[in-house]
Design a protein around this ligand. Sequence first.
Ligand code: SF4
Length: 491
Amino acid sequence: MTISTNPHDDDKFHEECGVFGVWNHADAAALVALGLHALQHRGQEASGIVSLSEGGVFHTHRGLGLVGDIFGDAKVMAGLKGRAACGHNRYATTGETALRNVQPLYADFEFGGFAVGHNGNLTNAQGLRRALVKRGCLFQSSTDSEVFIHLIAISLYTNVIDRLIDALKQVQGAYSLVALHDGALIGARDPLGVRPLVLGSMPNLGGQSSWILASETCALDIVGAEFVRDIEPGELVVIDATGLKSIKPFAQTASRFCIFEYIYFARPDSVVEGTGVYESRKLIGAELARESHVAADVVVPVPDSGVPAAMGYARECGVPFELGIIRNHYVGRTFIEPTDQIRHLGVKLKHSANRAMLEGKRVVLVDDSIVRGTTSKKIVEMVRQAGAAEVHMRISSPPTTHSCFYGIDTPSRRQLIAAQHSIEEMAKLIGVDSLAFISLEGLYRALGQNGRNADKPQFCDACFTGDYAIPLTDWPAEQAHAATPELLPGQ
Ligand code: SF4
C-alpha cells in the first residue's frame, strides 16, 4: 500500500488554477513569479510564465512543481525579458500533468504571438475539440483551455480582440483569463463570473502606472499593488499603451460567483467580490454555532482552513478556542511504502493531536467541508486517542452532494460521502458523537444575503444543490442526475 504525504491530498475540493499578469513594468516576469507564489494555494502541480519584450518577442518558461522551484533560478528569470508578462499555476483536472499542458498556452498567429492562462473549466470543450479536430486543428495538449487557441486561429475576424471575443462566445463554462499579445494585456471573466479576477495598479519608475491582473487580491499585496476593482462578470479589459479599455460583449445576466471561494478556496487575506474572506469565514462559523450549538469545553479547528470558522464559532458560543490539532507545515510531496504498522502514518504526518488541549474534554471540531470523509475519520480517531471525552463535528459548508464542473477538482458523486449517506450515517462512519453542517440558508445569511433567492440564487452553489447554472454540455448524464436531489446509497 502507498500513502501519499502530498499536503494537498487531504480530502478537500481543490482550486484548479491561479492567474497573474503584469503590463508596463521593468520587472514584469519577476512580479508574475511573486504573484504566482502568492497564488500557490490555487495550484501546486505546475507553473508557467510568458513574457513579452521589444519587437513582439515572447519568452516562455514552464515547469512541473512549485513556483519557487521553477522560478527560483536567476538564469531562468533573466531569460524572461520584457515589460509585460502573464503566468499561471495549475492543479491538473483536465489533461494529465505533463509539460505540454502547463499554461500559459502560447501560439504564433498571423497577427503575432498570443499567450493565455485560464482559471476555470469549460463545459463544452470536448464537443468543440471534436469539431475543431475535424476541421484540421492539431491539438498539442489535452487541456480544455487549448480550444481558446484554435477558436482564435479559425476566427474570421481580423482584430485579435474581436477574435478572442468570437472564441469566448462559443465556449461554455467558467473562465477567468489572463492573455498577452504584442500590444496588450487582456483579462476576461465568463458572463456569470464564477471564478475571481481582480485588477490592480502600481506606480512605476517612469511615473506611469503598471497594471496587474490577478486571481486574488493577496497576489496584489505581495507585489505592493493597489486593488483597483474586480473584473466584472462578462467583462474584457484590454490594457495597452493608451490605457485600459473595458469591453462588455455579452448580454448582462445575474452573476453566480463560486460560494466555495468564501468557504475554502480563496486565501483568508484576500478580498473577493468586495468581501474579506477571513471575516466571512468567521461569520460563517458564528452562524454555524447559532444553528447547531452543542455543550462543549473546547472548540478546535481542523487546521489550517477550519481556523477562521472555528474562531467565529467559539466567539459566538462563548467556548474557548484552542489549537487541539497541530499541523506540520513541512510535509513534502514524497511517497512512502509503509508497512501495516505505520499504515495510519499519513494523517499523522500532517496533523498531530495536542493532548493537553483534548484530554477529558468535550470537543467541537470545526472543519470547512467533508468530501469523502476519509481524512475526517482519521482526525476524529486521533482526537479520541488523545483522550477527548466527546467529539462533535461542525462543518462550515452545507453537505457537498454534487461534483463541480467549473474549475474545481472534485471526485464523482459516488465518492462524495454526503451524496451517498444521511447526516446520521455520516456521523457513524466518521465516528463522531454528533455532526452538523451549516444550512444553505445560513451560509447565505452569513454572506450578507437575506437567505438564498431560489429564483435567482446570488452565488454558484451547485456542489450543495445540483443547480448547475451553466449547462454541462460534455456531461449530459451529470446534468440529468443533478435534477435528482439524492442518490441512493450504492447507486
Ligand atoms: Fe464553486 Fe461548487 Fe459552483 Fe464549483 S459547483 S463553482 S465549487 S460553488
